[in-house]
Design a protein around this ligand. Structure first.
Ligand SMILES: CC(C)(COP(=O)(O)OP(=O)(O)OC[C@H]1O[C@@H](n2cnc3c(N)ncnc32)[C@H](O)[C@@H]1OP(=O)(O)O)[C@@H](O)C(=O)NCCC(=O)NCCS
Length: 170
């Protein structure tokens, strides 16, 4: 089974609670400056499983966590949100991470396109995120633009290089 999956190459599949340990390990490696408790990932998976996927062959090498959100500030880093807001105003990408050896295959771009379809199906007019790790150029290529933030302190839990980005959906 593992061999068959490896031959198929990395693909995005639904995340399950069995994947959370792997997601934690990838987050610790890729985002050492933005630590989040396992409970945060587990909560997002429980609240919006449709927005949580893993990049996998035999092993998990990437993940995305995303969910509808309101028009106010993005969720602070490492904070439980309690519930998905109703009504929602945007589709929020909480995190997208791929391990270095699995990068540059187009996988991240593919899942962003899939999430855009999911957000449209939910009737949401935009996607948004907080770009960290100097990833703004990647997001720019995915159709996201920098947004002005009325109160910069709102993003401070993400560090000083964080920037809010949005992509309007047609
Ligand atoms: C950003 C990330 C998810 C992209 O994953 P990926 O699977 O390599 O992305 P893709 O293969 O779809 O796209 C790769 C392209 O994006 C570019 N790219 C990726 N990260 C970039 C960055 N930080 N700055 C500029 N360009 C970047 C690559 O150079 C490549 O360009 P090319 O197609 O011209 O060769 C991955 O680099 C990553 O996990 N980074 C660390 C975690 C992170 O910062 N996530 C974003 C948090 S907001």
């Amino acid at each position: 089974m593992a061999d068959a999956l490896a031959k198929k190459g990395p693909h995005w599949r639904a995340m399950t609670s069995n994947d959370l340990a792997a997601v934690d390990a990838i987050a610790a490696r890729v985002h050492p400056d933005y630590p989040e408790d396992s409970a945060v990932f587990a909560e997002r998976l429980r609240l919006h499983p449709e927005g949580c996927r893993v990049l996998a062959t035999a092993a998990v090498t990437g993940y995305v966590i995303s969910h509808p959100w309101h028009s106010g500030p993005p969720p602070a880093l490492n904070v439980l949100i309690g519930a998905i807001p109703v009504p929602a105003a945007t589709y929020y990408i909480h995190d997208l991470a791929v391990l270095p050896d699995s990068r540059n295959s187009g996988a991240a771009g593919k899942i962003v396109t899939a999430l855009a379809g999911h957000a449209r199906a939910l009737g949401l007019p935009s996607m948004s995120l907080v770009a960290v790790n100097g990833s703004a150029p990647f997001w720019n290529r995915q159709g996201f633009a920098l947004m002005a933030v009325a109160d910069e302190r709102k993003l401070m839990s993400y560090g000083t290089d964080a920037c809010l980005m949005r992509r309007d959906l047609d």
